[in-house]
Design a protein around this ligand. Sequence first.
Ligand code: ADP
Ligand code: MG
Length: 401
Amino acid sequence: MAQNPFIVQRPIKYGEPFCDRRPEMQQLEQAANRSEAVCILSIRRFGKTSLVNQVIGRLEEAGWLSIRLDLSRCFSLRSMTREFEKALFSLEGKWRRLLEGLKSVSRIRPQLGIDPLTSQPSIGFDFSRPVDEMEQLKYILEKIVSLPERAESGIRLCLVLDEFQNIRKIDPKRDLEWLFRSVFQERGRFFVPFLLGSERHLLNMMIRDESSAFFKSVTPMTLEVLPEGEVVSFVKNHFKSGLGLDVPEGRIKGIYRIFGGHPFAINWYWAEIWDLQERSGKPEPTETWVEVAIKIILNQRDYYEAMNSRLPIGARKVLFAIAANEPVKKVYSRKFMVETLGMAQGSLQSAIKVLFEEDKIRKTPRGLVINDPLERLSIAVSELDEEAIAAFVRERIDIGK
Ligand SMILES: Nc1ncnc2c1ncn2[C@@H]1O[C@H](COP(=O)(O)OP(=O)(O)O)[C@@H](O)[C@H]1O
Ligand SMILES: [Mg+2]
């Protein structure tokens, strides 16, 4: 039997079934080859890490090296410096192995002997190392960024920093941001940084504000939901080739639309259906398809409710009102502010501010909308009991049948 191709609970690795994001992959590969820094922004669980895994996999096949760091695990300058230090150690090891590999297969001999990597003491015992934490980080970062140049081997290096916006939290004064910027500015053509993050509001301040460190020094790239057509063929082809099952297109579209194209929820849905289908060996009745959707919807409703319980009550009220009326073109109009919400302008302003800061809403040319499609769904079903949710799903599960 074929393995379940719908990977859940962790990012998709290179070589595993991945629903195409061809334009994004191409853009990132080109950026890498031009040494153009990119910042990839998206809602959590939209597939940033999975996408970068695919791109890095391809780059590594073309001879690149990569290092990745998840900055969400760093809570202080010190712990971050340690992480970079560990990364540099493992990178130097990889680099040496790669060079030795090249030496054994290539007639062009990279000069390991004069390589500063081997002629310099390893960083842990380096007495010239600065004591100030900030200076230390700079020193290690510079070593990483300049490695391809120092090693003169033609090998390229991609540095992936996940949850990059955390450096603003570690250092609200922004010195860290300027430090990263200045080190990245000194990079040669064999080094590229990819910065990933899920906190749109923070990241936008870091890269789009004219006074920010990364303004015009990184290219922003926003990851949207998966395209419907790609999801339809991804699901259809896998069920056909793996289980010999024809899933009607209308059903795949119905599920796609219920979850608003959210990659995490969609992949989870089809992973569950796959397991059930594999076990039963015959097409499951529609009821099963509905039940799986309900399970995911209820689970996510709990998740968003728990998250939103931290929001001030006014902000929650405005969030729900925006969801019910989106796109909201004129928030401060009499109709929305007074008739719909019954709120004073001051309280509405502070609620809107919180909602932006928490990435709950976003501005579009059509007006304000809910940022996360799964959150939109959770709000839409917030008052419904299980039976009503079942009706909600049934109504949408088959499109154009
Ligand atoms: N292109 C894709 N094809 C199929 N599933 C995807 C895709 N992108 C994301 N997913 C699903 O979403 C989940 C979350 O992806 P991940 O890369 O961890 O997101 P992020 O890094 O943005 O939080 C994955 O476990 C997978 O189930
Ligand atoms: Mg991730």
